[in-house]
Design a protein around this ligand. Structure first.
Ligand code: FAD
Ligand code: UDP
Length: 363
């Protein structure tokens, strides 16, 4: 059997490509080395019947109308606006930093203009914003940086803010108003029956065949196909020819609490300066599920393990560029997704990137 396309990885990148190509009449084989679809966005019920995200909390948010409308073909949605508190010295403060954060932390009663003036007085102006340290110091100054960002970043990445590209900390805005939502995107929804159900629907097209627990390293010379869409780590595809690209890993410690209706007040609580984990997420906030118990996950950053985050810093970007050049010289393979493009992409950005390449491929 010859396929029009072999798609490596059943996460967002691979699944969107598969669905688009199948809808354009192509015969597609999707493989994943894991025993499930969905990639890192996979969700499932734990042994106590609570819907959890085994690979850490996934909250969907986008301002891309096209992306939202595309996914709406495969799921209904549940309105959910994520909120996060940071735990500091026994107290909880909204993060992103907002008016409430500043007033509570410093015992002030500033209005919005007052907060703007306060931030203006503490921020350290920078001509060049190259690193995450530049981003944070130039927006909130050193005290707020040390309280909310430096420790968290060290824990999450094993690196100082000064050693990470600006884009990492720039994910977190600073606000002078009372908006305590983590994201301000136009569309903030969770798939009503979960991510896996949405993926099942996308992969349910009759032109798509899915084979799980199959590694590309084994099938690469076996499957007959016109084209390959590869969504795994790009350095692995090229057998680490230029050395390993650094990815950050995590260890997820899941826990179920029997007869606890609610463990914490918001979906996620960040621990910038205490504990070895960065954050705790309680899934029922995200999913709206009713259950007599509750399930939580703690995230422990790791240097080794499954690749979860590309590490945005200039030397890594330089190494990625070399792999990217090899990719450009491999026209029968399309590289797309967070690991293949080595970009700190959110889910919606992966969907956007996959829609774009799939459109080109379908022609
Ligand atoms: P993946 O989901 O990683 O899929 C790649 C797939 O390829 C994997 O299933 C892998 O098994 C498979 N694969 C790799 N190599 C091979 C091989 N050799 N053979 C066969 N299969 C292979 N984004 C948000 O928008 N909101 C969030 O709240 C959010 N939270 C996150 C929390 C955590 C802890 C993490 C790690 C990420 C989070 N993300 C979030 C980002 C989101 O997970 C990614 O943007 C998205 O899932 C990436 O999709 P992908 O298809 O590119 O990659
Ligand atoms: N960050 C931080 N303190 C926080 C939240 C975020 O220092 O309380 C920094 C940290 O470097 C983190 C980055 O901002 O890795 C991006 O945070 P985000 O919550 O977007 O990370 P993700 O959900 O992708 O792990």
């Amino acid at each position: 059997m010859k396929y029009d396309a072999l798609i490596v990885g059943a996460g967002f990148a691979g699944t969107v490509c598969a669905e688009r190509l199948a809808s354009a009449g192509k015969r597609v084989l999707v493989i994943d080395k894991r025993n499930h679809i969905g990639g890192n966005a996979f969700d499932c019920y734990d042994e106590n019947g609570v819907l959890i995200h085994p690979y850490g909390p996934h909250i969907f948010h986008t301002s891309g109308k096209r992306i939202f409308e595309y996914l709406s073909n495969f799921t209904d949605w549940r309105l959910y606006e994520h909120r996060v508190l940071a735990h500091l010295d026994g107290e909880f403060y909204p993060i992103p930093i907002n008016r409430t954060t500043i007033n509570k932390l410093y015992g002030l009663d500033l209005n919005e203009e007052g907060v703007k003036a306060y931030l203006e007085s503490v921020r350290e102006a920078r001509n060049d914003i190259a690193t995450s340290e530049d981003v944070v110091l130039s927006s909130v100054g050193s005290d707020l940086c040390d309280k909310f960002f430096r420790g968290y970043t060290q824990k999450q990445w094993g690196l100082d803010l000064a050693d990470l590209s600006a884009g990492v900390a720039a994910r977190i805005p600073t606000r002078s108003n009372d908006d305590d939502r983590y994201f301000t995107d136009t569309y903030q929804f969770m798939p009503a029956r979960g991510y896996t159900a949405m993926f099942e629907k996308m992969l349910g097209h009759p032109n798509i065949e899915v084979r799980l627990s199959e590694d590309f390293r084994v099938l690469r010379s076996v499957v007959e196909r016109e084209h390959t869409v590869y969504t795994g780590p790009i350095d692995a595809f090229f057998d680490y020819r230029f050395g390993k690209l650094p990815y950050r890993s995590l260890s997820f410690q899941h826990e179920h609490l029997t007869d606890v209706d609610q463990f914490q007040q918001t979906g996620t609580i960040n621990y910038p300066n205490d504990h070895e984990y960065t954050r705790i997420t309680e899934f029922k906030h995200l999913t709206g599920q009713q259950h007599s118990g509750t399930s939580i996950v703690r995230e422990y950053p790791r240097a080794e393990g499954d690749p979860y985050y590309p590490i945005p810093r200039s030397e890594n970007e330089a190494l990625f560029k070399r792999y990217h050049e090899l990719a450009e010289a491999t026209p029968d393979v399309t590289f797309v997704g967070r690991l293949a493009q080595y970009r700190y992409y959110n889910m919606d950005q992966v969907v956007g990137a996959a829609l774009k390449v799939a459109e080109e491929l379908a022609q």
